[in-house]
Design a protein around this ligand. Structure first.
Ligand SMILES: [Zn+2]
Length: 208
């Protein structure tokens, strides 16, 4: 069995989406004064690789803890958009991928080739028609290698709303640099916060 880590590293250099809560890690108790070492961590709910729940964009939407854990673990398909031109994953592209109801879909784009040393404004995103399409197929979950699935500052909210209205959670901030298109097992579990709209998660692909 091989496990591929597809999560962003979390440290004080982790890129953060503009105006989100900064990630700050510091020493809380230092050895030897307290004979134990503890770190203090402050972060936003959408830090690093994280999951958006319906409550992120839908009023009265489900919080993350209400989504069955089965959604986050199981077969998935990585679809490679990284060789395509264009600033967004399009409907035309996805329609050729024969996506079926109940699939877990992870989108690899040029974001993964450029890397995640800093936040780039011009990241590749999912366009609204593509989000409508994936929602209409009732996929189980959609992941992408950008800190937001929608265009920065874009007026079209459908990349969030179309999916989240149908209780399809979104994984953002994936690292798919070393992953080829194909089938894998996904395990991506959010922390067990209750009543909120998102949480960091450790995402891995398992190859057997
Ligand atoms: Zn998010």
């Amino acid at each position: 069995m091989k496990i591929i880590d597809i999560s962003l590293k979390l440290n004080n250099e982790t890129p953060i989406y503009p105006d989100n809560v900064p990630l700050a890690i510091s020493v809380h108790h230092a050895m030897p004064e307290y004979s134990t070492h503890l770190s203090s961590i402050t972060l936003g709910s959408h830090t690093g690789t994280h999951i958006d729940a319906p409550a992120h964009a839908i009023s009265e939407g489900q919080s993350l803890d209400k989504i069955p854990l089965e959604t986050f673990v199981g077969p998935c398909r990585v679809i490679d958009f990284s060789k395509e031109e264009g600033e967004a994953v399009t409907l035309e592209f996805l329609k050729n991928k024969n996506i079926k109801t109940g699939e877990r879909i992870l989108l690899k784009t040029k974001n993964s080739l450029r890397g995640f040393e800093k936040f780039y404004d011009d990241y590749i995103y999912l366009d609204g028609d593509s989000a409508d399409y994936l929602a209409s197929l009732s996929v189980l979950i959609v992941g992408i290698d950008s800190l937001s699935i929608k265009k920065r500052g874009g007026a079209d909210q459908r990349p969030h709303t179309s999916l989240l209205e149908k209780n399809i959670p979104i994984i953002e901030g994936l690292v798919l640099s070393d992953v080829n298109e194909g089938e894998y097992e996904l395990a991506c579990l959010p922390l067990h916060f209750t009543g909120i709209e998102g949480s960091p998660a450790r995402a891995v692909l398992i190859q057997r």
